[in-house]
Design a binder for this molecule. Structure first.
Ligand code: GLN
Length: 276
């Protein structure tokens, strides 16, 4: 007889944690602790796990149960097929933001100069550069801590990007123009109840502490001055902001203004073009 109990196999640990946080997150966390891909856990589910790993895993599961998002526990999040380092200084990349990538790639000429403002983890700027290596990409953020994360991601993923610190257009020279400008700014209304469920993420990356439209207004109004003729602006926004943002675009002189839905069928981004 052995003193090992079934509690200590991968299978037992996973089934215990699945009851608390679900199988998907349980396997991400156990894979992280064991430094193995999730497929390994399935193929080796009768393997005995050492005590230190068990303690670490149980601690992570409990912290997740308290509400900490999994990417902050593992320090990474997948976006557009690549892993990005995330810390509590940056928003966790969302699948919905992949829609912005798809649309930006559609309207970006091969050797274009792209500006991304409020880059956070850098996921948008880095992905655009890697999907289209001929681009010249500038990425900005007001937060030096966020910029440090973005710079680390650009380095790790070998994306050559110019970074600049500052609030929206203040980060770039006044006379500089781009072919494409994009941003996923803070757009949640200060009173939106969703904010209460997002306490682990930097609040200034989620909300403008106003009506949800103040950053979008600044970005849209300032864009014509920084866009070449024929250039595009794309901004992510809330599910209920499509009409208001299209109006901002039209008022600022944009043509071909359209709103695109995310994978959940919600309005998620608006784009428009400065007439050539
Ligand atoms: N889409 C995010 C959310 O609703 C918000 C991102 C943002 O404010 N830019 O959780």
């Amino acid at each position: 007889m052995t003193t090992e109990t079934s509690q200590k196999t991968i299978k037992a640990l996973l089934s215990h944690a699945t009851a608390k946080i679900g199988r998907f997150e349980a396997s991400i966390l156990l894979g992280h602790v064991l430094q193995k891909p999730r497929e390994y856990l399935i193929a080796h589910d009768d393997e005995i796990v050492n005590d230190l790993a068990i303690t670490t895993f149980n601690m992570l599961v409990d912290t997740r149960l308290e509400g900490m998002p999994v990417p902050y526990l593992t320090g990474r999040q997948e976006f557009f097929g690549r892993y990005f380092t995330v810390t509590s200084d940056v928003l966790i990349p969302r699948p919905d933001t992949e829609v912005l990538i798809e649309q930006a790639l559609l309207v970006t000429p091969p050797r274009a100069h792209v500006l991304e403002m409020g880059t956070g983890s850098g996921c948008i700027a880095v992905t655009l550069k890697l999907q289209n290596p001929g681009l010249t990409v500038t990425a900005t953020d007001r937060s030096p801590d966020a910029l440090a994360v973005a710079q680390a991601n650009a380095k790790d993923l070998a994306a050559d990007i110019t970074f600049a610190q500052g609030s929206w257009y203040e980060a770039v020279p006044e006379e500089q123009t781009f072919d494409v400008i994009c941003s996923n700014p803070p757009y949640i209304h200060r009173n939106d109840h969703h904010l209460k469920g997002l306490v682990y993420e930097p609040q200034e990356a989620l909300t403008d502490f106003e009506d949800g439209l103040s950053c979008l207004r600044e970005i849209v109004r300032g864009a014509p001055k920084h866009l070449k003729l024929g250039g595009w602006l794309l901004v992510e926004h809330g599910y209920d902001q499509g009409q208001a943002v299209r109006q901002l675009f039209t008022d600022a002189g944009f043509a071909a203004v359209r709103t695109v839905k995310d994978y959940g069928d919600n309005d998620r981004l608006t784009m428009g073009r400065i007439p050539a």
